[in-house]
Design a protein around this ligand. Structure first.
Ligand code: SF4
Length: 686
């Protein structure tokens, strides 16, 4: 008899949240992983890295037992000794309690992010934080800048159902590379191309795998998308391609905007974006000629200081042509706002004290280095409890992060699946389950399905889930909340019921719950999410974030990027590698084989100027740090743009200093956000 395939859901930090089918070879082993054909978004397709998940879940380096560090910080597994779970939990609780007694609860900072996107296993740490009054976390690594830009115009975080792409005549993938990071988008693009002859435009600073498939690729300079968008509006207005009736009915369009866009000519945008006037005009005409145009906004926007302004400008195009009126017309950044989940039980929102201080997670380095801009009058952070993230590698200004972790007065506990570089700095390391070994509930930001997944196999060795660890710690720390007394399954069920949704069993039995909105709502026919029901070309940025003073009143180019200068002539994009997902999968043989080694892609002209040949070792730096890696000539970008696909561990670079040492921890306006693609660097041959 063939082994059965068991339903599951991909937990990784990817908007596809694929519905999976996992071959269960025994109680402890999996075989193949495939996408569920019956799911109309996943449509039977998943990425290669997750298809090879057996490499990861059965990896010989998985953490199997709780560990106490007895050697040097950062030395790795040999610096640790095995201890029992009771010893480990007692030791963590004792250290957190002692820190609290010395300096108050705010000296403890539970730190987490998106290593899993399951709501119970990712966000349960918030319940412990709020029940104890520990320092709060403002989560800015990923979507803060993009959220701000989308909300500025639309007023609510939702857009088209991605399955509508099948009805589109023009698809614009802007600031994203789904071939590498969200493969399912390409399934729906392929459908539209095959059945309707739809055109594909890709706007991205380099010729990605997605751009290679496009009818038109616009390789803009990083962070200049707003200028391209404004010039496209200029052309469409001038050439009679705008739907003025729609604009006047559904937006705040007025004479001031008319005059503003009249100045944003293709010539003006060409200077800023590095694109030719012809490229800009061709794009505008193509967009204006197709009412059923689907703009798929990627997270690239969310990595620039001016990302909010750029994203807002890009979304204006669908208003100008009135694309939203048609099936297959409009835009999608995220559908995160369509899921009516009441997170009170999971996150302990009922015991949240808004007076407790809050730290920007992207500024972990400065926080741990006691930067007064972050600490104010409050105590230093002397205890960290970390789940679902690897900030030693992921966080901006990673040299400062390392310096912080090296402090002798800092206690840290890391609950992880592997001995990451962050775990290697910890005092206590706890072994964590993978998604195949615990219950959870998942929202698909890139589509409309809510899913529940149950364990496919038994937990590996002594691994425990995040929820189990949070509850066990809460018990030792005297933290009280009903959520600590519930199983994962009961928590999911109670959350769904509190949200007015069907029971956990019923959603699981049905495999998913499609939360898609009706056409009128999804297309904002009954109005956008702003109070006046109109799309805002002139956003009220002050309602979006406190750091709004420099935000542009009208769409265009916000000149706030770390621009190339004579001493740092290259703009660096730290893009995602195809078979890594943040730092996950940097341990699997299949991914390492494909990605090879840290490499910077440099235009042949720039290589010639610098005397660099393929495979040469180069140094790349700015005022924060310099790193060593290998060069590869690549002509799919502008002369002064370079790309490093990552996130490689720091240890993969020659000096042990990774790409995010070059990235600033300064927050992007108007309300924060890390700026991973907004760095000017110098390069020299070693
Ligand atoms: S495409 Fe994204 S959601 Fe789907 S399996 Fe891969 S990482 Fe997971």
């Amino acid at each position: 008899m063939k082994p059965p395939f068991v339903q599951s859901t991909c937990p990784h930090d990817c908007p596809s949240t694929c519905a999976l089918e996992v071959e269960r070879l025994s109680e402890a082993r999996i075989g193949k992983v495939r996408g569920a054909k019956a799911n109309s978004y996943t449509a039977g397709v998943i990425c290669a890295k997750v298809a090879r998940y057996s490499e990861r879940v059965h990896h010989p380096d998985r953490l199997s037992k709780p560990l106490r560090r007895v050697g040097e910080k950062g030395a790795g597994r040999e610096a640790f000794e095995e201890i029992s779970w009771d010893q480990a939990l007692d030791e963590v609780a004792e250290n957190l309690l002692q820190a609290e007694q010395r300096l108050g609860a705010e000296t403890v900072w539970p730190y987490f992010y998106a290593g899993t996107m399951g709501l119970v296993q990712r966000d349960g740490i918030e319940r412990l934080r709020h029940a104890k009054g520990y320092s709060r976390q403002y989560s800015t690594i990923c979507h803060t800048l993009a959220d701000a830009g989308w909300l500025a115009g639309h007023g609510v975080k939702r857009g088209l159902d991605p399955r509508e792409m099948a009805q589109s005549d023009l698809i614009v993938i802007w600031g994203g590379n789904p071939v590498s990071t969200q493969v399912n988008v390409m399934t729906h693009v392929a459908k539209a191309r095959k059945t309707r002859g739809a055109k594909l435009v890709v706007i991205d600073p380099y010729r990605t795998g997605t751009a290679e498939q496009a009818d038109l690729h616009l390789a803009v300079k990083p962070g200049t998308d707003g200028a391209l968008a404004a010039a496209a509006v200029n052309v469409m207005l001038a050439e009679g391609l705008a739907d003025r009736t729609y604009m006047e009915r559904q937006s705040d369009w007025d004479d001031e905007l008319e005059a503003h866009f009249a100045q944003r000519t293709p010539e003006w945008a060409s200077e800023i974006t590095g694109l030719s006037v012809e490229e800009i005009v061709s794009f505008a005409r193509l967009f204006g000629a197709h009412k059923k145009s689907f703009i798929r906004i990627g997270y690239g926007f969310s990595r620039s200081r001016n990302g909010a302004a750029n994203l807002h400008a890009a979304t204006c195009l669908s208003i100008v042509t009135g694309a939203w009126q048609y099936e297959g017309g409009g835009a999608l950044y995220s559908n995160g706002g369509i899921f009516p989940i009441d997170a009170t039980l999971i996150e302990g929102l009922d015991v949240l004290d808004p007076d407790v201080r809050i730290f920007d997670q992207s500024r972990l380095g400065p926080v741990l280095c006691n930067d007064p801009r972050d600490l104010g009058d409050g105590p230093p952070v002397t205890a960290l409890f970390i789940q679902n993230t690897n900030p030693m590698v992921v966080c901006p200004e990673s040299l400062k992060v390392r310096q912080g972790f090296e402090r002798d007065d800092l206690f840290s506990c890391v609950h992880e699946q592997f001995m990451t570089e962050t775990a290697a700095m910890a005092d206590v390391v706890l072994p964590a389950t993978t998604f195949l070994e615990h219950d959870d509930i998942y929202k698909g930001g890139g589509h409309t399905h809510l899913q529940i997944a149950r364990p496919v196999i038994e937990p590996f060795a002594e691994c425990r889930s995040n929820h189990q660890v949070i509850c066990a710690l809460a018990n030792r720390l005297g933290a009280e909340h009903p959520g600590f007394e519930m199983s994962e399954w009961d928590l999911i069920d109670a959350t769904l019921r509190a949200s007015g949704l069907p029971s956990a069993q019923s959603v699981y039995d049905d495999r998913w719950l499609d939360c898609a909105l009706d056409f009128e709502t999804a297309h904002f026919s009954d109005g956008f999410g702003n109070d006046d029901k109109r799309f805002h070309f002139k956003p009220d940025w002050s309602a979006i974030g406190v750091d709004h003073a420099d935000m542009p009143r009208m769409p265009g180019f916000m000149d706030s990027i770390d621009a190339a200068k004579s001493d740092r002539p290259f703009r660096l994009v730290a893009a995602p590698a195809r078979t890594f997902l943040n730092t996950t999968f940097t341990e699997t043989p299949g991914s390492l084989k494909r990605e090879q080694r840290p490499t910077v892609l440099i235009h042949p002209e720039a290589c010639k100027r610098l005397g660099i040949s393929d495979g040469d070792k180069v140094r790349m730096g700015n005022e924060l740090a310099s790193i060593t890696l290998h060069a590869e000539t690549f002509d799919g970008l502008q002369h002064n743009v370079v790309v490093v696909e990552s996130i490689w561990p720091n240890s993969a670079f020659e000096d042990g200093i990774g790409i995010n040492a070059l990235v600033s921890a300064d927050p992007g306006p108007p309300r924060g956000g890390a700026v991973f693609h907004d760095t000017a660097v110098w390069i020299e041959i070693v």
